[in-house]
Design a protein around this ligand. Structure first.
Ligand code: AP5
Length: 296
């Protein structure tokens, strides 16, 4: 089922260590990919390469067909978290993931900017923290994200949580509310690239699309004329945001280490998406296989 997988490589932390970890389940024979864990002292590396699927015989084909019907009926919505430093490409990848997997994209930063735009008390307070690159206090963020996750579209279609949780207390609160992701994606990008991405970023207020003056320029003059820049997209402010990120990222990772994949976010956005897409396709194939064994 992996659509493209020839050169991708992703790392799962200790993903073999927990028996009920969905990512550690046996690999489906039907999946059009080959997965192998290489253990070392602290992590297991999952490598993906294409291999032809074995030809199904008549019996296995019948089993597969009935299984797929049950799988479709019982499909559990996908739940994804995506994390990374400022401008590591979270929003850009979410656009691509959402397009292919039809999930509800919930970005903590966007929810906060909506509060600011609406002129609410929470928005006014949030802006004070965002101006200095610090985390907005939990009493504003935690319930705001929880409420969005509980909306009917999120529970029915599945969700893609972007930039949340960003601290141990947020991760713990989310766990307490019963929200567990299937996979935690961490985008890794060297710091010197991040600053260039931030200062060149522009947003289209009409479509919400993210552009970059150099890497993703607007398609037309008309779009170029209406692009806006975020108030916290300066070199000075991104350095403050980066410091906050480094202070918190390890504690969040510790909560999701068994379902974490590290993705190289320094390559083109298409190449980043290819790594993510491969991991998601394999995750879905594993879930289908599990469901298949349960109904067989
Ligand atoms: P938030 O809005 O989440 O900002 P951020 O984490 O700093 O991340 P960005 O939105 O800046 O970057 P991104 O990773 O989405 O990158 P993008 O795809 O746009 O948070 C802002 C503030 O809100 C925080 O500082 C905090 O104060 C508050 N906040 C948010 N969440 C909170 C929480 N949970 N708790 C408390 N407070 C919270 O890409 C960036 C640019 O690079 C674009 O121009 C894009 O075109 C370009 N680009 C992307 N990918 C590539 C690529 N592969 N190659 C070349 N260019 C690329």
């Amino acid at each position: 089922m992996a659509s493209s997988c020839c050169s991708s490589s992703v790392t799962f932390f200790n993903s073999h260590s927990k028996p009920n970890n969905p990512l550690a389940s046996p690999v489906p024979a039907q999946a059009n990919s080959f997965l192998r864990f290489h253990s070392n002292s602290s992590s297991a590396v999952l490598r993906l390469r294409s291999t032809p699927a074995p030809p199904p015989n008549a019996h296995s084909f019948r089993v597969m067909a009935s299984t797929l019907t049950a799988v479709e009926k019982n499909r559990e919505p996908l739940k994804i978290m995506i994390s990374g430093a400022p401008a590591s490409g979270k929003g850009t990848q979410c656009e691509l993931i959402k397009k292919k997997y039809d999930l509800v994209h919930i970005a903590a930063g966007d929810l906060l900017r909506a509060e600011i735009a609406a002129g609410t008390e929470n928005g006014k307070r949030a802006k004070e923290f965002m101006e200095i690159g610090q985390l907005v206090p939990d009493e504003i963020v935690v319930m705001m994200v929880k409420d969005r996750l509980m909306e009917p579209d999120s529970t029915e279609k599945g969700w893609l949580l972007d930039g949340y949780p960003r601290s141990l207390s947020q991760a713990t609160a989310l766990k307490g509310f019963g929200f567990h992701p299937d996979i935690f994606i961490l985008l890794e990008v060297p710091e010197e690239i991040l600053v260039e991405r931030v200062v060149g970023r522009r947003l289209d207020p009409v479509t919400g699309k993210i552009y970059h003056l150099k890497y993703s320029p607007p398609e037309t003059e008309e779009i170029a004329a209406r692009l806006t820049q975020r108030f916290d997209d300066t070199e000075e402010k991104v350095k403050l945001r980066l410091r906050t990120h480094h202070q918190n990222v390890e504690s969040v990772l510790s909560i999701y280490e068994d379902i974490t994949i590290k993705v190289d976010g320094s390559v083109s956005k298409e190449a980043v998406f290819e790594q993510i897409d491969t991991a998601l396709s394999d995750l879905m194939a594993q879930r289908a296989e599990k469901m298949g064994s349960a109904v067989a």
